[in-house]
Ligand binder design. Structure first.
Ligand code: C5P
Length: 218
């Protein structure tokens, strides 16, 4: 079974996908963590995030895996929490706009899913092109949305700085605009995705709604 969960930044994709994967006994595939991992290595090596060739070379050469909890490993080493740092967040959209980077990571995402399905399981994949490009024939596609203000408040609270919600809103808007307008695999809501608005839902309520969709649709 393949379930793909898409949506804009901080719409609750990761929390929902991780919880759903656990509930259904499937592999959680955090595709955003993969783009963040490539960006972290690029920054560490002093590479210009706009240098497509070098970014693509990094994406093709580093070893990315996930541990049993679904946390990313870069060359066998934990990528968290460094991949969530402000510098990575600032540059990740530029790096993930490069087609060569996307090709390398999409290949790996499909390989992880194929292996999981072959072993009798499946994946819950989350990320901005999982419903449109990576898994176009997924058994269930969900597009999570929430208003910019609610998303910013959630992200600011998560980071322990609720008073900075307005600042986070600007950053989320900037990433959404960039991700929606890029040429390769822009953020799009596919016609066959089920839209779930999480503005007034708690994480548990989102999980229950997704479980119900999985039961009916997948
Ligand atoms: O989901 P997260 O916020 O960690 O993703 C970070 C960035 O990675 C996004 O803003 C987007 O630029 C990129 N990304 C992507 N395609 C995906 C997942 C993430 O381009 N499937």
């Amino acid at each position: 079974m393949i379930i793909a969960i898409d949506g804009p930044a901080a719409s609750g994709k990761s929390t929902a996908a991780r919880a759903l994967a656990k509930r259904l006994g499937l592999t959680f595939l955090d595709t955003g963590a993969m783009y963040r991992a490539v960006t972290l290595v690029i920054i560490d090596r002093g590479i210009d995030p706009n240098d497509e060739f070098s970014c693509q070379t990094v994406a093709n050469s580093i070893r990315l895996e996930f541990d049993e909890e679904g946390k990313i490993l870069i060359g066998g080493m934990p990528g968290e929490p460094a991949i969530r740092g402000p510098e990575v967040t600032r540059h990740v959209s530029e790096v993930s706009a490069h087609s060569g980077v996307r090709r390398a990571l999409v290949r790996l995402q499909r390989k992880i899913a194929d292996e999981s399905v072959a072993a009798g399981g499946g994946v819950v994949a989350e990320g901005r092109d999982t419903t449109s490009v990576v898994f176009p024939t997924a058994d269930l596609k969900v597009f999570l949305v929430a208003s910019p203000r609610v998303r910013a408040e959630r992200r600011a609270t998560e980071e322990g700085a609720p008073e900075r919600a307005a600042e986070y809103e600007k950053d989320l808007q900037r990433r959404d605009d960039f991700d929606s307008s890029r040429e390769d695999s822009p953020l799009t809501e596919t016609r066959d995705a089920v839209r779930v608005d999480t503005d007034r839902l708690s994480p548990d309520e989102v999980l229950e709604e997704l479980c119900e969709l999985a039961r009916v649709r997948a």
